[in-house]
Design a protein around this ligand. Structure first.
Ligand code: PMP
Length: 362
């Protein structure tokens, strides 16, 4: 059996070695005669899995004990609500930077819980770049400043970390966490849905500065399972967590460490993205609309010269086992997601196919 090259934006490709190990261990995990999905989350062997996953994540991103690492449920979307509910610091308003689809979603949800001020937006530029630092209006005091470092759908990635003049910085790293080196100490809260660079869906990581949690007045109505402080105190086990997703994420962290960690991934990912963008730019057939310095290394949207060619392009790609290249319905065109588990050979195969397709259609 051959594995296809999978360019899905999420749930996305997982490392083959990780899937093979999970397969090997599936029926008889840890010599217990049952799978990891069939034991109590409070049993000693599972606690060991849970703690090892957190430990390895801390190693990968050099996360100090000043930060809590929470394994939560409800995806990144649930965090759109949990953040304004948890991070109340008495100002009654939060700042959001709008750089595309996912930051807009976060804004829409946050408005239900707090006053939201959009302190910069590139909607007027068709989200062809992220807002620049000089464009951020930080003249008021906010409970926090939220942004989306990598817009999964638009393919826009910030090339800087916003300076918030001391206000807590909150970032949705769903589609770029663990893809490159990251200085966690520059952030107050990082969250990321698992199903791209972490593991299977069902899990959302939250890395949050404990001092921030201590300074907040969380809403009295906040259910325990959504309350960061309560989740931290219970080591993310207030109730039954998604144990299989946690276990598999742990295997991905081990795999990442074996690859050389995030610095090694950063070099590989930069090479993969460069290959595809260079080909697109010189092709005079395919096009990527994003300003060069804000192009995403994880999600690369591109268009063909004629929309009528899209079905033929996708059909031909599927025949070559190049899967899930259709762009998001809100922007159309194509999109190749090049997460950690997508090997460089996948990009080579895609570029080769793109060249052939172009030859046949110019
Ligand atoms: N934020 C970003 C940047 C995303 O890419 C996604 C999902 N693609 C979400 C939020 C929503 O994630 P979920 O489906 O896990 O709620």
């Amino acid at each position: 059996m051959s594995r296809a090259f999978n360019f899905c934006a999420g749930p996305a490709s997982l490392p083959t070695a990780v899937l093979e190990r999970a397969q090997q261990e599936l029926l008889d995990w840890n010599a217990l005669g049952v799978s990891v999905m069939e034991i109590s989350h409070r049993s000693a062997p599972f606690i060991e899995v849970a703690e090892a996953a957190e430990h390895n994540l801390r190693r990968l991103l050099n996360i100090s004990q000043d930060y809590a690492v929470l394994f939560m449920q409800g995806g990144a979307t649930a965090q759109f609500s949990f953040i304004p509910l948890n991070l109340q610091r008495g100002f009654g308003r939060a700042a959001y930077i709008d750089s595309g689809h996912w930051s807009s979603q976060a804004i829409e949800v946050a408005r239900k819980f707090t006053d939201v001020e959009v302190i910069a937006s590139t909607q007027g530029q068709g989200y062809s770049r992220a807002p620049y630092q000089e464009e951020l209006d930080l003249s008021s005091k906010f409970d926090y400043v939220h942004y989306t470092p990598n817009e999964t759908i638009g393919g826009v990635e910030f090339d800087y970390i916003p300076d918030t003049q001391g206000m807590p910085l909150v970032a949705d790293f769903s589609s770029s966490i663990l893809s490159s080196a990251l200085d966690v100490s520059k952030f107050d809260l990082i969250y990321a849905g698992a199903q791209k660079n972490i593991g299977p869906s069902g899990l959302c990581l939250v890395i949050v500065k404990r001092a921030l949690l201590e300074s907040t007045t969380a809403s009295g109505y906040l259910p325990e399972v959504f309350n960061y402080r309560a989740v931290d105190q219970a080591s993310s086990m207030l109730n039954t967590p998604p144990t299989f997703a946690w276990y598999l994420s742990g295997l991905v962290f081990e795999w990442l460490l074996a690859q050389g960690g995030v610095t090694a991934m950063e070099a590989i990912n930069a090479a993969k993205a460069k290959k595809l963008y260079s080909y697109i730019d010189q092709s005079e057939f395919y096009r990527n609309p994003i300003e060069v310095h804000h192009r995403s290394k994880m999600n690369i949207p591109f268009t063909l010269p004629d929309k009528a060619l899209e079905t033929a392009f996708l059909d031909g790609a599927n025949k070559r086992n190049l899967l899930n290249l259709k762009g998001h319905r809100s922007v159309g065109g194509m999109r190749a997601s090049l997460y950690n588990a997508v090997p460089e050979e996948a990009v080579d195969a895609l570029v080769e196919y793109m060249q052939q397709f172009k030859q046949q259609h110019i």
